[in-house]
Design a protein around this ligand. Structure first.
Ligand SMILES: Nc1ncnc2c1ncn2[C@@H]1O[C@H](COP(=O)(O)OP(=O)(O)O)[C@@H](O)[C@H]1O
Ligand SMILES: [Mg+2]
Length: 271
């Protein structure tokens, strides 16, 4: 469960004055349980692709299917986490999570949803703050609650749009580790699509990195380092250095300059 099939997807924003496609002919097959990182410059269409996956908008052409069935709008089977902490400011942490549990499954009683919400907050180290309102929590804490809320929906697919982009380095590293722990520590892994423009983050998290140029996917790169991944160990690894320089050249050189750059400097043991 949670396999995603994106086929020849084009998308033009209805508001766009030029009618230009924000995405054109994007195709990607994502296996159930796979951890995908989408990277690319600002404006290349990462959030647009994520919102199509969420069902917040529909492709202008082409289609997206989940486990073979076309997406027909938003669904609680796909949970989202945004960069800007999107908790309801008038609800405590535990009520934010309990609300989502009940939205995903209306048969859950209020008291059961609260019990489950506490259990999810515990998983992200936030049960001690369950009674606090978002304004009483730091950015890192709010994002922990947002992750607990997304997990509590028990969806097959988790969509995250630069969720750690506004966090300081320490919080970011802690939350990366926590997310991978929560993703890998279960029998049936969720499928994750995680948008970032941080190359190191992508290498630490992804099974596969998908590099986008404006409106399209340029390259998908498997990341085979064993898990758990630890940056201090990886930094001395020649395969890590080769992958990083491949990503850097994709990121910082323009298209003509990177023709074949992926093959440069890749050490034999890499892939
Ligand atoms: N609501 C919108 N209306 C018109 N164009 C938009 C809208 N949102 C995004 N775009 C355009 O679509 C393209 C892709 O945007 P986006 O998916 O937000 O990029 P990214 O997330 O990679 O930074 C950009 O050219 C952007 O200007
Ligand atoms: Mg974006």
């Amino acid at each position: 469960m949670g396999a995603i099939d994106i086929e020849d997807v084009c998308y033009a924003y209805p508001e766009s004055e030029t009618g230009e496609f924000a995405l054109s002919d994007v195709s990607l097959a994502i296996a159930s349980g796979e951890f995908i990182c989408l990277i690319g410059h600002s404006g290349c269409g990462k959030s647009t692709l994520l919102s199509l996956l969420a069902g917040l908008s529909a492709p202008s052409r082409g289609f997206i299917a989940i486990d073979g069935a076309p997406i027909e709008g938003p669904s609680t089977s796909r949970a989202m986490v945004f960069q800007h902490y999107s908790l309801f400011p008038w609800m405590t942490a535990v009520n934010n999570v309990a609300f989502s549990i009940r939205r995903a499954d209306r048969s859950v009683s209020k008291s059961d949803s609260l019990k489950r919400a506490h259990a999810y907050l515990e998983k992200v180290g936030m049960d001690g703050e369950a009674g606090k309102y978002p304004y009483q929590l730091s950015g890192g804490m709010q994002q922990r609650v947002a992750i607990a809320r997304a997990l509590s929906m028990e969806s097959d697919i988790l969509l995250l749009d630069e969720p750690f982009g506004a966090l300081d380095a320490k919080n970011r590293a802690e939350l990366q580790e926590l997310l991978v722990e929560l993703w890998s520590g279960v029998d049936r892994k969720k499928t994750v699509v995680f948008v970032t423009h941080d190359l190191t983050e992508a290498i630490l998290l992804a099974d596969r990195i998908v590099f986008m140029r404006p409106g399209r996917i340029e390259k998908t790169i498997p990341v085979d380092f064993p898990r758990p991944r630890d940056l201090s160990g990886l930094e001395h690894d020649c395969c890590y250095q080769a992958l990083r320089s491949e990503l850097l050249s994709l990121f910082y050189l323009d298209e003509e300059q990177t023709d074949g750059a992926g093959e440069k400097g890749v050490c034999d043991g890499c892939r």
